[in-house]
Design a protein around this ligand. Structure first.
Ligand SMILES: Cc1cc2nc3c(=O)[nH]c(=O)nc-3n(C[C@H](O)[C@H](O)[C@H](O)COP(=O)(O)OP(=O)(O)OC[C@H]3O[C@@H](n4cnc5c(N)ncnc54)[C@H](O)[C@@H]3O)c2cc1C
Length: 380
């Protein structure tokens, strides 16, 4: 009996669980280690904050997927691993040995330069903690006149969170102010100028004040590089990603930023029995952004390669598309589309995003699977 250990219930592992449910391996024990029985979907987080979705609509039941795949679930987070000894370690000192390992644990938020904001600091990851904390922030803002919320991070997550927060506060008739700090590299780096222009206008229309400067955390909130102090009651950090520190002593080959170095098959360059997908890995054959899009699209290839390794078959390569589509929610049911040099905006973009996001959840839920089965039955 061989053991395949899946760590993290991230986007790519959803495909792996579904592939395992179809394959029903008899000679392989599969274990999923996940801190929660649910996977909260980041794509719908801004819509949930803005009041468009309930929590139940934004989460995927990992337990149901694991049950359907005959996978044993361990509710915990791994605290370390030794790739030479083929084991992962849990915080209480227990070890789980593996023959084959797949890691899809995402990335962390680098808040090192915001830490002086102390209790006011609210990093968007771990997502579970953010989902717990946001209703408390909203309640505090409603209870206090002149509440000030600062969102730090000018990427897709930062702008969506700032606009979602602003919308939620307005719905509650709060007079809170929302500021967005986008660092000196500006708003939405990597997106086309048309997208940046549209988002700048969306922020201005909403009354979210944009600061294109670096910020550091201070006791009162944040201080900008020109020494302006933004007083804050809450500082949401949607700043750059960083790799988990437990990877450092793992003996896996890491890139210069501490992410797992993988090839086009998403296999570790140092340990052929370790695979990784999503934010945690760094492709060494090409440059690939850390995004949900790639984590989702790499999923079926990861699933195929784990099964191929168990059967000693050739591996497949994940070939990312040159351009990815981003649909950026603007708080109200309105969104901006970004695809290479192309941009568009409107309520129809929001409806498009809504359809894609609800479809993603449905595909990974029991009802979605039942529908898939029905469709394939009809097709045959
Ligand atoms: C607000 C927001 C909006 C975003 N919008 C977009 C978007 O529109 N488009 C886009 O492409 N990207 C978007 N992103 C980025 C996207 O969320 C990430 O790139 C994506 O989630 C990465 O997927 P993943 O599978 O690597 O990890 P995740 O989805 O983060 O999943 C990792 C899982 O591993 C678990 N885990 C973590 N540590 C451990 C451990 N030690 N042991 C066991 N399990 C562990 C976590 O609990 C989690 O369930 C957004 C991010 C945010 C925060």
């Amino acid at each position: 009996m061989k053991r395949l250990v899946l760590v993290g219930g991230g986007h790519a592992h959803l495909s792996v669980l579904q592939a395992l449910a179809q394959e029903k391996l008899t000679d392989v024990e599969v274990v999923l280690v996940t801190p929660s029985a649910h996977q909260n979907y980041s794509g719908m987080l801004p819509g949930w904050m803005a009041g468009h979705y309930s929590l139940a609509q934004c989460r995927i039941d990992l337990q149901a997927l694991a049950r359907a795949a005959g996978v044993t679930m361990v509710i915990d987070r791994i605290a370390g691993m030794d790739a030479d000894r083929r084991c992962v370690g849990l915080p209480d000192g227990r070890h789980i040995e593996y023959d084959l390992l797949s890691l899809d644990v995402g990335s962390e938020i680098d808040v090192s330069w915001l830490e002086m904001a102390g209790d006011k600091l609210l990093p968007v990851k771990p997502l579970d903690a953010f989902f717990d904390a946001w209703p408390k922030v909203l309640a505090a803002a409603n209870a206090q006149s002149g509440y000030r919320l600062v969102v730090v991070g000018g990427g897709a997550a930062g702008v969506e969170l700032a606009l979602a927060a602003h919308h939620a506060l307005q719905l509650n008739a709060s007079n809170a102010q929302v500021d967005l700090v986008a660092s000196d590299s500006g708003l939405l780096p990597g997106h086309a100028p048309g997208v940046q222009r549209r988002m700048t206008l969306a922020l201005a229309r909403a009354g979210v004040q944009l600061h294109a400067q670096k910020a550091v955390g201070i006791e009162q909130g944040v201080m900008l590089s020109d020494a302006t102090v933004l007083q804050a009651d809450c500082v949401i950090a949607a700043t750059g990603a960083r790799a988990p520190s437990w990877l450092q002593p793992s003996r896996l080959l890491l890139d210069e930023h501490g992410y797992i170095a993988v090839n086009g098959q998403h296999q570790s360059l140092s340990h052929a029995n370790v695979f990784a997908a999503g934010d945690i890995c760094a492709r060494q054959d090409l440059t690939m952004a850390r995004s949900g899009v790639h984590a989702v699209h790499a999923g079926p290839v990861l699933a195929a390669n784990l099964l191929a390794t168990l059967k000693r078959l050739p591996l497949a390569t994940y070939k990312p598309r040159k351009r990815s589509l981003y649909l950026l929610a603007c708080g109200d049911q309105y969104a901006i589309a970004s695809w290479g040099g192309f941009s568009a905006e409107g309520a129809w973009v929001w409806r498009w995003k809504d359809r894609i996001d609800r479809g993603f959840i449905a595909r990974h839920s029991n009802s979605g699977r039942r529908r898939d089965t029905l469709v394939s039955k009809e097709a045959t």
